[in-house]
Design a protein around this ligand. Sequence first.
Ligand SMILES: [Zn+2]
Length: 342
Amino acid sequence: MSQQIIDSSLVEQAILDSAPERADRLHEILEHYRPQFAVVPDSLGFVLKTKGNLIKFNDKTMKTLWMLAHAAWRIFECHSPHVLLAIRRGRSITELMAIDRGIETALASFEELLYIVQGAAKAGSASELEWPDDLPSPSADRSTISVKQQATFDLAIMATAYVFLHEIQHVIFNKDRNAPAAGPALELACDAFARDFLLAEVRSYAEKAPRLPISLKRLTFAIFARLLLARPVWSKKVDLILMKRAMAVSLGSFFVYEITATAVRAGNQDYPPFADRFETLIGKVDAKENSDFWVFAATLLFAEVRRLNPRQSVRGKSYREICIAAIDAIRETTPEVVIANR
Ligand SMILES: [Zn+2]
């Protein structure tokens, strides 16, 4: 099999499910720029790239995104109590982990998935990925999986929308010939487009949306069930929608980070350092200081800090500050690899 062009309605649906209020803009873009989507054979490494108006990806790359969404949810479950208590008690996350009796099991549940994700780059095809028994397949019937997994399912769809929107901006630049010079500025511009597409019109959408979509209620329920004892709050509809979208955007960024070769995570002539990408994202998210978005982002970022240096800890006076501290720690620890010009 070489590449197989797929019906763009599949990608269109993922984007519309994620941001229904942007339907008109999306249709305009699809009509004018005519992006095409092609599934290419699995191979070593990951494929998610654009040439002209053709966006290529493969099965293994998308399955990795799915697995990472589940890993992210488990990271959130493991570290959210630490992040919440870090603020309340003014202690570092590592100090709180030391007194958490369930820590070993909680760490093992996501480290297992991250290990598979990490090995995915070296697998020749998706069939070589060791699929854990407790992980639903991406094609599972949504109504038969647990509430928690449904919430993860929705996040995975939205993160998929985010990564395709990033590629669609490449298509737009390619046609309009107005891209910033290739390299870090181009990648940051595509990130910004994807982020703004999902977040910019949430406020007007929330005013018109008659009620919360069911999936959002489920996600909220799952989060509240987890956080109820620590911090009972009631958020407005707009904050909940914004939170879920922003969580998906941070998951999308985390995914792009994961599929980027370790050697270029510190940045090179083509890609910005990942710390910068996260920082740009965090800087633009219009979520309240106490939003669960910050807790979610902080747990993902902290898990990465720990992977780079298990002894490193972070602290901050707010959830947002913990995110910033984690980004700084990632920047300092990411190995810088000098790469010769291609
Ligand atoms: Zn790109």
